[in-house]
Design a protein around this ligand. Structure first.
Ligand code: HEM
Length: 417
């Protein structure tokens, strides 16, 4: 891809308008930052209807090396003061973010409990279900769309991750549509189509939270064969998860596990349509290239654009002095295009080596994505079904993108076969 030159001073990462610019312009801006000012200071914008005072600004980290450093040194850079750019009161941040917005020892305790639901054995069980669900998604497409065209996001990418989380956690099918609506509101914050006020956001959070509390309490009393039961009955150092803790973790799980995987699958389909050579290479050599192809989709798409940390003490990164209390934003989208790390980073290459690692699931450290292996499995199985049963499937419209500095989302995208 030929990137336009986007000079320093001509763009503002904090301005919501920046995230509506054509992709190559944004890529050009991050290229300029990486090469001319890999760590730079940015002013903040008002967010969420100006309900919260404008924050003090943040450091932007754009290189792979610096994102890696901050992510892997939690003793210097904490999550407990917020993981997105704007500051929310800590209670709200934890309410929505659960352990992703906590530091040790609280993070360690919660992660130890919920990890019991993500052991290879448990994920192995879910895998069978992933296959069944992906088969059903394709069955439906073949049966219910005689015109051989539909919205890919709505009919293919969205149902799979949502149904899998619901199945894992023991949520009845009848409640899935409600889950979908709540998570859309939470992750679409900023995009006028999904939410316009802080009240909507809080309402969706409360809906999920109360639903989960009731579910958790029920499974504690009557354990079943699902992850909610495993988590609600697991003990770490003689302690169990409270129903409130489960409520917040549940918000994190449905939000983190749904939208991200959905967007990876949607971007994947668009990339494979735009790069028929890569599609043929992967699809004709499935076993050989699946591992790298899936990670390349996640690198290229970077469904989660950033997370933030806060410096605990004065420190220096790449020669830049950082003061205690200052915010640092890790731009995964930029680290995943770092030309000092990835050869020809703007090329989509399904055979790209797994080393050095892409940072789409985080850059390592205690918060590394808990569901990375599950997500990889979902993406692989979905494309396996599509390649075998719908070999002519392709994207036929330009994607309609979510307006967000946090989630690289596709709202709609027509496909045909
Ligand atoms: C392509 C799909 C996915 C992407 C791109 C993604 C990305 C991420 C990223 C960037 C983080 C933060 C990492 C850090 O701060 O170091 C994260 C954390 C997390 N993810 Fe994922 N994720 C995906 C799928 C999933 C799935 C399927 C689940 C669960 C079903 C999940 C559950 C979580 C949880 C619970 C955390 C918080 C971990 C912690 O704070 O200890 N994610 N993910």
């Amino acid at each position: 891809m030929q990137l336009p030159h986007v000079p320093l001073g001509s763009f503002d990462l904090s301005n919501p308008e920046f995230w509506t610019l054509p992709r190559e312009v944004r890529e050009g801006a991050f290229h300029t930052l990486r090469t001319e000012q890999p760590i730079s200071w940015h002013e903040e914008w008002e967010f969420l209807d100006s309900q919260f005072p404008k924050g003090p600004g943040y450091w932007s980290l754009t290189s792979h090396q610096d994102v890696w450093h901050v992510s892997r040194n939690p003793q210097l850079f904490q999550s407990g003061r917020g993981v997105n750019i704007g500051d929310l009161p800590v209670e709200i941040s934890e309410f929505f973010g659960s352990m992703i917005a906590m530091d040790d020892p609280r993070h360690f305790r919660l992660r130890s409990i919920v990890s019991k639901g993500f052991t290879p054995k448990e994920i192995g069980r879910v895998e069978e279900y992933v296959r069944t669900k992906a088969t059903e998604v394709v069955d439906r497409l073949l049966e219910q769309f005689p015109d051989r065209t539909c919205d890919f996001v709505h009919e293919v990418a969205a149902p799979l991750p949502l149904q899998i989380i619901c199945e894992m956690m023991g949520i009845p099918k009848a409640d899935e549509a409600q889950m979908f609506q709540w998570t859309n509101i939470i992750l679409g914050a900023g995009d006028p189509e999904f939410t316009s006020s802080f009240e909507d956001l809080l309402g969706a959070g409360m809906g999920l939270y109360q639903y989960a509390q009731a579910l958790g309490e029920d499974r504690r009393a009557n354990p079943r064969d699902d992850l909610t039961s495993i988590m609600m009955t697991a003990e770490v150092d003689g302690e169990r998860m409270t129903a409130q803790e489960f409520g917040s973790f549940f918000i994190l799980l449905v939000v983190a596990g749904n939208e991200t995987t959905r967007n990876a699958i949607s971007h994947g389909m668009k990339l494979l349509t735009d790069h028929p050579d890569q599609r043929a290479l992967w699809f004709d050599n499935w076993d050989q290239h699946t591992r790298t192809a899936v990670d390349e989709i996640v690198r290229y798409a970077t469904p989660v654009i950033h997370f933030r940390r806060t410096a605990i003490e004065d420190t220096v990164i790449g020669g830049q002095k950082i003061e205690a209390g200052q915010k640092l934003v890790m731009w995964y989208c930029s680290a995943n295009r770092d030309e000092t790390v990835f050869t020809d980073p703007h090329r989509f290459d399904v055979t790209r080596s797994l080393q050095p690692a892409q940072v789409g699931f985080g850059a390592g450290g205690p918060h590394f994505c808990l569901g990375a292996n599950l997500a990889r499995r979902e993406i692989a199985v979905m494309f396996d079904e599509l390649r075998r049963r719908m070999p002519t499937l392709r994207v036929v419209s330009e994607p309609d993108h979510l307006q967000s500095a946090f989630i690289n989302g596709i709202k709609r995208m027509q496909c045909a076969w």
